[in-house]
Design a protein around this ligand. Structure first.
Ligand code: FAD
Length: 497
């Protein structure tokens, strides 16, 4: 340990030990911001292993472009997270762009609107497929009304709502491709978490033109910083520093010392040295299983065992530069058919033209895989060839292939939480253990094993910051109650639905 670390580890007499936040993604930053804005008397320290703050929402420079890790538009709901984002840029009118997402799916050689409009699908499919879909749709609806058939898996859920053919075409094949798992092994709770607002009744209403909203309106309206998603978090980190918070980047958290149910210190590696900081509270926003691993062998076997059952898929992003002004109007489109290796194509220029060099556009191609599998281990050149092969299968892209000038590849480990059947049981045990730690909370998409967006992580960070600051001023309300109320509010998968 460095000498600097030794002094870090010594408490100043009379000073309160720090609130240490693990992770400077949207959740960790929002929590630090709110703790400081609420006037907490403890030092607030944010640790992240990345070079820049923002977690998965950070951007990076490539040539004269600023790129996000896949699309990262901030959903606008008019509530606290949105107000915070607007407040950060109050004095710079015009830097926040209000956009409506244009999302499509590419299926059987044609583009369809997303979310799926049943009417459009029926009109565009060949008449035999359409007839089959209608008959299955009606029959499965009736059967499920008359007989109670258990819905255990994502596949059961999809078949019940859409009938076998429409389910397979719109969700089944795609789910297998993205999650690298048979949809029969995925929990039905995945549908409730991920495909919110997608209701059978509303689809039918839409079909017969009697109203019906197939997705919540907020999913369509987004805010985007003209210089890329990461600019939101660079500014938030700047505010945290201005308010007296400490940001330690390139600080890889290695272990958490704990005794009698309290975390006493955090060790992290930075600049080739080990550092240790004494803690009053820990706010975790890193992957839940990683957090348990940091607690080491002293954590109960049962918590470690169940944490090991929580799994992720990783992501490879191939960015292809085209020397043309723009390819299309879509913000992104999904590649649903099995013949495609990649899941989604994004034209970030449609969120902000200022992120790209003039006269050029960059498309990002997303490929999910397992950490260390054949795709993860492919060379950049091999991955580019795969993306190019997918380009050739989409006429709207194929006609621009001669305009390709360059590419780059990024790999992101453990980005999508897999909701295997019974994942909720494993998560419940792990969250139950964290509940017992007297001075630690776990929040955010990563910390709670959720499927949420940046808006949700910011909301969770702000809410926890507010509650912790209040608790620190007046500890009459036990931390245990604060934590269980919070989990009840945000972790819907623990409910029976
Ligand atoms: C391809 C893709 C597209 C997406 N598109 C959108 C979108 O359009 N809109 C939207 O709102 N959301 C989108 N999301 C979701 C969004 O990225 C997440 O909801 C959000 O980033 C979660 O924030 P978080 O703070 O909970 O976690 P993260 O952003 O993952 O932050 C966790 C942080 O912990 C740090 N960390 C982990 N381990 C350690 C360690 N040992 N030591 C130190 N630091 C550590 C990481 O470096 C990271 O910075 C997308 C996600 C992906 C993968």
């Amino acid at each position: 340990m460095s000498s600097n670390a030794a002094s870090e580890g010594t408490s100043v007499p009379g000073a309160k030990d720090a609130v240490v936040i693990l992770g400077a993604g949207p959740a960790g930053l929002a929590c630090a911001y709110r703790l400081l804005a609420s006037g907490i008397e403890r030092p607030v320290i944010v640790l992240d292993r990345a070079k820049v703050p923002g977690g998965a929402g950070a951007s990076f420079r490539w040539k004269n472009h600023t790129l996000d890790h896949g699309p990262h538009a901030f959903h606008a709901r008019g509530d606290e997270p949105e107000q915070l984002v607007r407040e950060l840029f109050r004095e710079e009118p015009g830097v926040l762009l209000d956009r409506t997402k244009k999302v499509k799916v590419f299926l059987k050689g044609k583009f369809f609107n997303y979310p799926l409009q049943v009417r459009e699908a029926l009109l565009k499919f060949n008449p035999f497929v359409s007839l089959r879909i209608i008959v299955e749709f009606a029959l499965t609806g009736m059967i499920h009304l008359l007989v109670s058939i258990p819905v255990e898996s994502f596949e059961d859920w999809g078949r019940k709502r859409f009938g076998a053919t429409l389910y397979k075409m719109s969700f089944g094949d795609y789910t297998r491709k993205v999650w690298k798992t048979d949809p029969d092994k995925i929990s039905r709770k995945f549908a409730a978490e991920k495909i919110q607002g997608f209701s059978f009744i509303n689809l039918v209403k839409k079909l017969f033109r009697i109203g019906g909203q197939v997705t919540e309106p907020y999913f369509q309206s987004v805010i985007y910083h003209r210089a890329g998603s990461g600019s939101l978090f660079l500014r938030l980190a700047e505010r945290i520093r201005q308010m007296g918070g400490r940001m330690e980047l390139e600080a890889d958290v290695r272990s958490l010392a704990h005794e009698h149910g309290r975390i006493t210190s955090v060790r992290y590696a930075k600049g080739g040295e080990e550092h240790e900081v004494q803690v009053g509270f820990v706010v975790n926003t890193i992957q839940l299983p990683s957090f348990i691993r940091l607690l080491g062998e002293q954590a109960p076997f049962v918590a470690r065992h169940h944490a090991g059952k929580l799994r992720y898929v990783s992501l490879v992003l191939v960015f292809i530069e085209f020397s043309i002004e723009r390819i299309g109007e879509e913000t992104w489109f999904y590649l649903l058919d099995n013949e495609f290796m990649f899941n989604r194509v994004t034209e970030q220029k449609n969120l902000s033209p200022y992120t790209m060099e003039e006269g050029k556009t960059v498309l990002s191609f997303e490929l999910t895989c397992r950490l260390g599998d054949e795709y993860w281990n492919m060379t950049d050149a091999q991955l580019y060839e795969l993306a190019l092969a997918d380009c050739k299968r989409v006429p709207a892209l194929a006609k621009h292939i001669s305009a390709i000038t360059d590419y780059t590849v990024r790999r992101a480990p453990a980005v999508y939480e897999i909701y295997f059947r019974h994942f909720d049981h494993h998560a419940e045990v792990v969250l139950g253990y964290v509940q017992e730690l007297q001075n630690a909370v776990t929040i955010g998409r990563r910390g709670l094993f959720l499927q949420g967006d940046m808006h949700q992580s910011v909301e969770m960070g702000l809410e926890m910051g507010k509650r912790l600051a209040a608790h620190d001023r007046d500890a009459s309300e036990p931390l245990g109650k604060l934590k269980s109320d919070y989990i009840r509010q945000y972790v819907r998968y623990l409910e029976e639905y």
